[in-house]
Design a protein around this ligand. Structure first.
Ligand code: THG
Length: 727
């Protein structure tokens, strides 16, 4: 059956069924049919299998090829709200059996019918830390076991609101497939809200980049939240950028409230027209309906796509990495991918001191600061003797994953530390790094993690004999790493970033003089031999041992020449890198001679470069100065979500303003800006939450300074919300 599903997809367009939820509503069931458990649609598999079976039948009757099991919320987290957490496996098995049975009645040799095991997101967002990755994996594992027991043809993760949640689902699926010794194709459908992003803020490209790292996900698509019109831009994007089968299941338009009930405005013909266009123009392979779509809708869809052939798509995804929010191509146009180096306990005194003082706010601020200064990625290294690296990494990544807009590079050599980080980061990270110093096993362990959690990897040219210093050895080790990573661990060439190592050329030792040149030659050769892979360097290493102003010049010039021979990515202090045109021409030439080891005129370029910077040469203040007035500073803190050290600013402000005035005229206008940015889609939810946290911190600080007016004469305010909503 499994192969059948993919084979059929190659030949024709498949149609999914419509809404289960709204169909159940239409049956006007009694609360006793739900065993008294209001809104627990899943229990119907137990109490009213006839009703579920009949709904499947109606969709099969109008010609749908695939029906979804009635198991959207059948996982322990959701079912626990009804006291049904012990029945997860049984309910899912039952759901699959009912669907299987219904398909059996309608399937024929020229029109097979398929069962898709429906797995919904549940009610907790792992990226917002409402649950953990491991808990979610366990949660889905039991559900998938039940679905596999009942016999499904394909596993469908639908209405995904959080990419990390989808990753946990894939993880659980792999676990069950291994247990059962058989697998079914995996589909992942994400939900893009009217804001244009997923609920946790991922745009379509970010979602695709993270999912693209999983070759076992054969079908990628969209469902729910909106109608086809609002989806069309994302469908077009997927049609161009996604090389998997595409599946699109919109609602019957944006729901409107009519007489207190949701009403879905799209007619069957309108839905059918949109979906046919998606098939014809964007190369979509599977269409169907979500909320509000009835058998009449699906009848029209079946008719509209009848006879259409799958359109071959020339789509390709450039090798990319992503944060929870955005996707970043590894190969930048006319630039190197800049990786911020300062969040490294070995590379920054400031960061090391903050780590030692458990100043997490400060550490996160440093990461955000690098992103603001143009880092495309942030390198995170918290290895510090005497501390628990794993616990530190968990704390730091927990915050960075939602507060830093750019993707993360996980800089550690310890597999447990790397794994802990990858369970927290919603996007596609780069793991820094593997090498062959301790042989192939340790390296393999990390490559395994990269495959499992969908990450790219930095591969250092170090083997059992040590660090490769000549270009010849660097290329040799790179070749070996390439073979291991691609052939044995299934990584794609584009997800490997070779690091041919940068050593300082500033020691004065004769034997070190050619080290920069060897690295440049290695870049050229590795690029030539393995053009699909990428090259990265920790550029600042080139200038270890000399003063900061000298380092800035040498680092900048070295970066320039490395880029010229094919460097794709560089770990750097972005604020310390100058474009070449800004560097004095003479200094540039001296730095060039130092790098290319040209010493014909007996002058040592190293000495010359050092002497060019007398003691009086001061470094220019490059930092963006914070606003001078404390009022503007506080407002900016609210907008940036920066609460590190906010107390000092509040103390200053309290000297001039009453606490309530600070809140009303300084802080709230900041929140208003945040609200406007959010409303217009320019700011994502987790950043809004950061601003809210900062607001909370400031108000908590101001509260003791406020006069407690008697409030007994004020009325009560009642706030209400609905169960299961996500705030
Ligand atoms: N390749 C890969 N990863 C790497 C490196 C590499 N990670 C670590 C390092 N090398 C790259 N990161 C840094 C970080 C800081 C500095 C150099 C490289 C640095 N710091 C100053 C110093 O030590 O003097 C700043 C000190 C401070 O601010 O306190 O130079 O090559 N894959």
């Amino acid at each position: 059956m499994t192969r059948d599903f993919l084979d059929t997809l190659d030949r024709r367009i498949l149609v999914f069924d419509g809404a289960m939820g709204t169909s159940v509503h239409a049956c006007h069931l009694d609360l006793s049919d739900f065993r008294g458990l209001e809104n627990c649609t899943e229990i119907l598999c137990e109490t009213r299998p006839d009703v579920v079976r009949a709904i499947h039948g109606r969709f099969l009757e109008v010609g749908c090829d695939i029906i979804e099991t009635n198991s959207f919320g059948s996982n322990a987290i959701v079912l626990a709200e009804f006291g049904l957490e012990k029945e997860v496996r049984a309910l899912n098995r039952k759901a699959a059996e009912i669907a299987r049975d219904a398909c059996g009645q309608y399937a024929s040799s020229d029109k097979p019918r398929f069962v898709a095991g429906s797995v919904g997101p549940g009610t907790r967002l792992v990226s917002l830390r409402q649950t953990t990755f491991d808990a979610l994996v366990d949660n889905y594992t039991e559900q998938i076991r039940g679905l596999m027991d009942g016999g499904i043809d394909v596993l469908l993760f639908e209405t995904c609101q959080d990419i990390l949640q989808a990753k946990a689902g894939i993880h659980a699926a792999e676990r069950v497939f291994a247990e059962y010794g058989r697998r079914v194709p995996i589909m992942v459908q994400v939900t893009v809200e009217t804001t244009g992003t997923m609920l946790v803020g991922s745009d379509m490209a970010a979602a695709l980049t993270a999912l693209d790292a999983y070759p076992q996900v054969q079908v990628i698509g969209l469902n729910c939240a909106t109608g086809p019109q609002e989806m069309s831009e994302h469908v077009r994007f997927l049609g161009r950028a996604c090389d998997r089968y595409l599946s699109i299941q919109p609602n019957a338009g944006l729901p409107q409230l009519v007489e207190g009930r949701p009403h879905y405005p799209l007619t069957p013909d309108e839905l059918a027209r949109w979906l046919r266009d998606f098939v014809r123009e964007d190369g979509v392979n599977i269409v169907g309906g979500c909320c509000g779509t009835t058998p009449e809708h699906l009848a029209a869809v079946v008719e509209a796509v009848e006879g259409l052939k799958p359109r071959p798509r020339a789509a390709s995804t450039p090798a990319s990495v992503s944060s929870l929010f955005q996707s970043v191509p590894i190969r930048q146009d006319n630039s190197v991918l800049l990786v911020g180096e300062r969040t490294n306990a070995n590379g920054s005194k400031k960061f090391r001191e903050m780590l030692a003082a458990d100043d997490l706010d400060g550490m996160v601020e440093l990461a955000k600061d690098q992103a603001r200064h143009g880092s495309h990625l942030i390198d995170l290294c918290v290895a510090y003797v005497g501390r628990d690296e794993r616990a530190d990494m968990e704390r730091f990544v927990t915050r960075c994953a939602t507060e830093v807009p750019v993707p993360l590079m996980i800089d550690s050599t310890e597999p447990p530390v790397i794994e802990a980080a990858l369970k927290l980061a919603g996007g596609k990270c780069i793991v820094n790094s593997i090498n062959l110093e301790d042989g192939e096993q340790r390296c393999g362990e990390i490559l395994d993690l990269c495959r499992t959690y969908g990450a790219a990897v930095v591969a250092l040219t170090i083997d059992e004999e040590g660090m490769a210093k000549t270009s010849e050895r660097k290329v040799q080790v790179a070749r070996r790493l390439y073979e291991i990573a691609t052939k044995r661990y299934g990584l794609r060439p584009g997800d490997i970033l070779f690091d041919p190592l940068t050593f300082t050329i500033c020691t004065g030792n004769v034997e070190d003089r050619a080290l920069g040149l060897e690295t440049l030659q290695a870049i050229r050769r590795i690029k030539q031999e393995m053009p699909e892979s990428h090259i990265l360097l920790g550029v600042s290493n080139i200038s270890f041992g000399v003063k900061a102003p000298v380092r800035h010049v040498l680092n900048s010039v070295f970066l320039h020449y490395a880029f010229e021979v094919g460097l794709d990515a560089a770990i750097v202090h972005v604020a310390g890198i100058e474009p070449l045109y800004k560097i004095d021409e003479h200094l540039r030439e001296v730095a060039r001679k130092l790098i290319f080891n040209e010493r014909a005129d007996t002058q040592d370029p190293l000495i010359e470069l050092i002497n060019a910077f007398g003691d009086e040469t001061q470094e220019k203040a490059r930092k963006e100065a914070p606003p001078a007035s404390v009022e503007e500073r506080l407002k900016k803190r609210i907008i940036d979500g920066n609460r590190s050290g906010v107390e000092a600013d509040l103390d200053t402000a309290l000297a001039h303003h009453a606490p309530l005035e600070i809140i009303n005229t300084i802080l709230l206008p900041g929140m208003k800006v945040v609200g406007d940015l959010f409303g217009s889609g320019q700011m994502q939810l987790p950043f809004v939450l950061q601003s809210a946290e900062t607001m909370k911190t400031t108000v908590a600080y101001l509260e003791p300074h406020m006069d407690r007016a008697s409030d007994s004469d004020k009325g009560s305010i009642v706030l209400a919300t609905v169960r299961g909503d996500v705030h």
